[in-house]
Ligand binder design. Structure first.
Ligand SMILES: *[C@@H]1O[C@H](CO)[C@@H](O)[C@H](O)[C@H]1NC(C)=O
Ligand SMILES: *[C@@H]1O[C@H](CO)[C@@H](O)[C@H](O)[C@H]1NC(C)=O
Length: 149
């Protein structure tokens, strides 16, 4: 009886949650969206580089947040609150993408992609992303887009 009640309540809660929640992207869904939004060839990098980056930064989770003490990284690309977005609790934030960090956690990653491109453009590459340097740079990345196109 308690279990049934719990199930019922859980279902109600699940139904009541607005759609502006985070999601976990499927690898190929992400690859296709990235291509659609002009990431292939941007700063001379392939979609596979961006998919690999997202895999190792957030494991494709749009709601990923990591705190490093003085600032936080948000979303599928782990965009930092010191330089790029505003989370209201990072003193001296530059907010160069003119966006709330919390907007980077929802299931619409168009704004994340815009900001990631800005970061890549300023750096002329993907080197600002520690995970890309470590896991993707110079590697065979074909498995990240295998079967997607
Ligand atoms: C936290 O991240 C910011 C931005 O990437 C960096 O400037 C700062 O040195 C980092 N702090 C620590 C304690 O790692
Ligand atoms: C995602 O957000 C952008 C603005 O950042 C908007 O133009 C677009 O229509 C949204 N896409 C969906 C599927 O809601």
């Amino acid at each position: 009886m308690k279990t049934l009640l719990f199930l019922g309540l859980s279902l109600l809660v699940a139904l009541a949650v607005p759609s502006a929640e985070g999601k976990v992207f499927d690898r190929c869904e992400l690859a296709r969206l990235m291509k659609e939004q002009g990431m292939d060839g941007f700063v001379g990098r392939k979609v596979a580089d961006w998919v690999c980056l997202a895999k190792h930064e957030s494991d494709y989770r749009t709601d990923a947040v990591n705190d490093n003490g003085s600032s936080r990284d948000y979303g599928i690309f782990q965009i930092n609150s010191q330089y790029w977005c505003d989370d209201g609790k990072t003193p001296g934030s530059k907010n160069a993408c003119h966006i709330s960090c919390y907007k980077l956690l929802d299931d619409n990653i168009s704004d994340d992609i815009q900001c990631a491109k800005k970061i890549a453009q300023e750096a002329r590459g993907l080197s600002p992303w520690v995970a890309w340097n470590r896991y993707c740079r110079g590697k065979d990345l074909s498995s990240y887009v295998k079967g997607c196109f």
